[in-house]
Ligand binder design. Structure first.
Ligand code: ATP
Ligand code: MG
Length: 362
C-alpha cells in the first residue's frame, strides 16, 4: 500500500515559517516512528499569484482533489491589497474550500493549563476547556439567493437569503455526531428556530440525524443564548453544531476563550472519498501576520496542532495526534514561549524554529 499523501501549501507571510516546523515534524514521523507520508508542496495565495498570475493554479487545485489531506499555512499580505478581487490571495483559499466542497469546518477551543491566565475569562472557567465547534461552511446566508443590492420603490435594498436544504443540514449534522462519538458524546445544535424558518428545518433535521446516534446526548439552543452560555460556562459543551453565519461568530468567540491566535488549529472536511476518509484541508486560524513575517517570531503551534488534527481525522492516527498535543502541552508547561505567549512579566521568547525543535524533543 502506498503512503498517505499530503499536499503542503505554505502560502504567504508567516505561513511559510510555521509550515517549516510542520515539515520537520512530518519528517520526524517518517524517521522515528515509521509513519511515512508522500509529501508534495505547491503555491497558493500571493506566492502563486507572483508565479502564475492567479492565487491557485488549476494543476494545484487538481492535486488538492487527489491527496488525502491538504495542509495550508496562510495567504495574503499588504503587497496584494491592490489586486483585483478576482485574483486576491484569499480567492485561492475560497476556491479550495468550494471545489473540494468542504462543508464542515471544525474549530476546537482547547485551553492548555499553562496558558489559562491568558484568557479574558476567569481561570476556573477556561482551565481544562476542550470543546469543538462544527460550522457549516458552504451554504446558508453567505451563499443563498436572491442576493444583491436592488432598487425597490425608489430606494436601494440590500438582500441576502438564509437558505438550507435538508441534505446540507443532514451532512454537517452527521459530521458533528460522528465527532461526538469519538469525543464525549454530547452535541448541542444552535440556531434561531424561534424566528427563522431555516432554523426550524435545521432543528428538525438535526433531531432526525440524532436518532441514528442514540448514545449521543443531543440538546438545542437558540444561538443568542448559545453565545451567552459559551462565555458564561463553556465547559457545559462538547460538540456544538451550527450554521455558517452563527458558526462564524460563535467560533471566533470560542477561540478567544483560549488566548492567543497563534494556538488555534482548524480542519475543514468534506464528503468521504473512495478510501472512506473525508476530503480535508487543515489550517491554522490565524492569517499571514505581515507585521511579524520573516522575523522568526511566529508561533508555529496553531499549524502544528492543525497537523495533529490531520493525524486524527485523515490518517486514523488518533494516538499519535494525542502524543503530539501532549508534546505541545509539555513544552508550554516547561515555560517555553514564543513572543505572542509572553505575559506582562516578560522573559525571553524562543523563535519559531526553536519552538518546533522543543516540541519534537518533547
Ligand atoms: P487574515 O485577514 O489573514 O485573517 P488578520 O489580519 O485577521 O489576517 P493575522 O494575520 O492572523 O490577522 O494577525 C493578527 C495579529 O495576530 C497580528 O498582530 C499577528 O502578528 C498576530 N498573530 C497571528 N498569528 C500569529 C502567530 N502564529 N504567532 C504570533 N502572532 C500571530
Ligand atoms: Mg482574520
Amino acid at each position: 500500500m502506498s503512503n498517505p499523501s499530503i499536499l503542503i501549501l505554505p502560502g504567504d507571510g508567516i505561513g511559510q515559517e510555521v509550515m517549516a516546523e510542520v515539515k520537520k515534524i512530518i519528517s520526524w514521523y517518517g524517521d522515528k516512528r515509521g509513519l511515512a507520508f508522500d509529501v508534495s508542496e505547491d503555491l497558493v495565495g500571493g506566492a502563486a499569484y507572483d508565479v502564475h498570475g492567479v492565487p491557485l493554479a488549476d494543476a494545484t487545485m487538481a492535486k488538492a482533489q487527489e491527496v488525502d489531506a491538504v495542509l495550508l499555512g496562510a495567504v495574503g499580505g499588504p503587497k496584494y491589497d491592490v489586486l483585483d478581487f478576482s485574483v486576491k490571495p484569499e480567492r485561492g483559499l475560497l476556491r479550495l474550500r468550494k471545489e473540494m466542497d468542504l462543508y464542515a469546518n471544525l474549530r476546537p477551543a482547547q485551553c492548555f493549563d499553562a496558558l489559562a491566565d491568558f484568557s479574558s475569562l476567569k481561570k476556573d472557567v477556561v482551565a481544562g476547556l476542550d470543546i469543538m465547534i462544527v460550522r457549516e461552511l458552504t451554504s446558508g446566508v453567505y451563499f443563498g439567493t436572491p442576493r444583491g443590492i436592488f432598487e425597490e420603490n425608489g430606494e436601494r435594498v440590500g438582500i441576502n437569503t438564509q437558505r438550507y436544504t435538508e441534505a446540507e443540514v443532514e451532512r454537517v449534522a452527521r459530521s458533528a455526531f460522528e465527532l461526538a462519538m469519538r469525543r464525549n458524546k454530547k452535541v448541542c445544535s444552535m440556531e434561531k428556530a424561534n424566528v427563522m424558518e431555516s432554523g426550524i428545518l435545521w432543528r428538525e433535521v438535526v433531531t432526525r440525524v440524532g436518532a441514528d446516534y442514540p448514545e449521543v446526548e443531543l440538546s438545542h439552543m437558540y444561538a443568542d443564548n448559545g453565545a451567552m452560555q459559551l462565555v458564561r460556562w463553556p465547559k457545559q459543551f462538547d460538540v456544538i453544531v451550527t450554521d455558517n453565519l452563527f458558526g462564524d461568530i460563535l467560533s471566533d468567540c470560542a477561540a478567544m476563550l483560549t488566548g492567543s491566535l497563534g494556538m488555534l488549529p482548524s480542519a475543514s472536511l468534506g464528503a468521504p472519498m473512495a478510501n472512506g476518509r473525508p476530503k480535508a484541508m487543515y489550517e491554522p486560524v490565524h492569517g499571514s501576520a505581515p507585521d511579524i513575517a520573516g522575523q522568526g517570531k511566529a508561533n508555529p503551534i496553531a499549524c502544528i496542532l492543525s497537523f495533529a488534527m490531520a493525524l486524527r481525522y485523515s490518517f486514523d492516527q488518533g494516538e499519535e495526534a494525542t502524543r503530539l498535543e501532549k508534546a505541545v502541552e509539555k513544552v508550554l508547561a516547561d515555560g517555553v514561549r514564543t513572543a505572542d505567549l509572553m505575559g506582562p512579566e516578560g522573559g525571553t521568547p524562543v523563535s519559531t524554529a526553536q519552538m518546533g525543535d522543543k516540541i519534537i524533543e518533547a
